[in-house]
Design a protein around this ligand. Structure first.
Ligand code: FAD
Length: 356
């Protein structure tokens, strides 16, 4: 018996990956997490009996407990161009995965919940790194690391919310290798950048065998670990409309400990003119299967002076669209309330930063 690839979108496998993710992140957390993880792992093993064994083939992968922190065998590919990477993905099919920083992919491979036969490493692909300004937009290469985002002077001046968010992702070791592209392509509702991208109305550039296309982040997330990216496409860049100078911004994240994923988090971007809120956008992290764009919550702010009543209305509208899981981060009701609390805090801080 051995594992097949598990991380195909839209399947029960996503549940298992979430359970493992929870367990990995729990770091000795609650017993509920631990038990849930083991129950789902046993279910995963039971469901993944490989039919080839009964046909007499040799198993390629072991499931002995001592193997469980060592990824199963895979072939490593290191293309040097986007075209080469796309051609490899098309040729190798569903058994291939792009590899960026590896900080989400490798952990699920170690637990054998994902066992891709081919890794297509994007580290040697030219043109996937870097941050540049175009008229009206900031364009960030998919392989740009969170560390590079934190250090970018251009982003500090034009999109400071990206620096603020990056500083709240994992720890320095994660941020040195973890990429913006990997963070937004992963499809994990716990990743911090997707909600920020919904808030900013970013577009994702995708390259595939049929050429290039752009997709709004707001249309990209379909479910947990399920995105609109096709298997043979590579995310090449993230295009963010530059908010006006003097905008207010904040990313507020509640976490159990330093380096943890969010119990709930909120991204807010807004502008103020003569004491009134003229534009607003709000994104929510880890309170549903996908990141959420809280459109009604933002509308509750526009035209107001961001007084207590307006902020309370926005928080209530944000809470109304959440559908969080009850897990090691707390019961669903608590996480919903914390989403509202993060929205309140983020609006207040964004207001304090906005120039009238
Ligand atoms: P990888 O792990 O290499 O890839 C992730 C997925 O995206 C894979 O399915 C891969 O095939 C796909 N992919 C990657 N790049 C591309 C591309 N260019 N085109 C198409 N598909 C691609 N994240 C947070 O947001 N917040 C946190 O607080 C946080 N804490 C963490 C704590 C720990 C201990 C660890 C290990 C990770 C944590 N992370 C957190 C995750 C981290 O930010 C990852 O780096 C990120 O989720 C994935 O980026 P990556 O470059 O490592 O991608």
């Amino acid at each position: 018996m051995y594992f097949k690839n598990f991380d195909r979108p839209g399947s029960l496998i996503n549940l298992k990956i979430l359970a493992v993710r929870e367990s990995l992140r729990a770091g000795g957390g609650s017993s509920l997490n631990f038990l849930t993880f083991h129950a789902l792992t046993i279910a995963a093993i039971a469901m993944s009996c490989d039919p080839y064994i009964s046909k007499g083939e040799q198993p390629r992968r072991g499931t002995q407990s001592e193997d469980l922190m060592i990824p199963s065998g895979f072939e490593y590919h290191r293309p040097s161009s986007v075209q080469e990477a796309v051609a490899l993905l098309a040729q190798l099919g569903e058994e291939a995965r792009p590899l960026a920083g590896g900080h989400s992919l490798i952990p699920v491979m170690k637990t054998r919940l994902s066992a891709p036969e081919h890794l297509v490493d994007l580290a040697g692909v030219s043109g996937l790194k870097g941050i540049r300004q175009e008229p009206g937009h900031i364009v960030i290469g998919a392989m740009t690391t969170q560390y590079e985002i934190i250090g970018s002077r251009l982003l500090a001046e034009t999109l400071p919310i990206l620096r603020e968010t990056s500083l709240q992702i994992g720890d320095p070791q994660i941020r040195y290798l973890g990429t913006l592209g990997g963070n937004v392509a992963n499809g994990d509702p716990g990743n911090d950048m997707p909600a920020v991208m919904l808030c900013l109305d970013a577009e994702y550039g995708l390259a595939g065998p049929d050429g290039q296309r752009r997709l709004r982040a707001r249309n990209f997330y379909l479910g947990a670990y399920d995105t609109a990216r096709k298997n043979d496409e590579i995310l090449t860049e993230i295009r963010v409309p530059a908010p006006p100078p003097g905008h207010g911004y904040a990313y507020e994240k509640l976490k159990r400990k330093v380096g943890d994923y969010a119990v709930a988090a909120a991204a807010v971007i807004l502008t103020m003119t003569n004491g009134k809120c003229t534009t607003a956008s709000i994104g929510l992290t880890n309170v549903a299967d996908t990141p959420l764009w809280a459109e009604a919550a933002a509308w509750a702010l526009i035209g107001t002076g961001l007084d207590q009543a307006a902020i309370a209305n926005a928080a209530a509208a944000a809470e109304a669209i959440t559908d969080p899981a009850a897990d090691g981060r707390g019961p669903a009701e608590y996480r919903t309330k914390m989403a509202g609390m993060m929205v309140r805090r983020a609006i207040a801080r964004a207001k304090s930063r906005a120039q009238n």
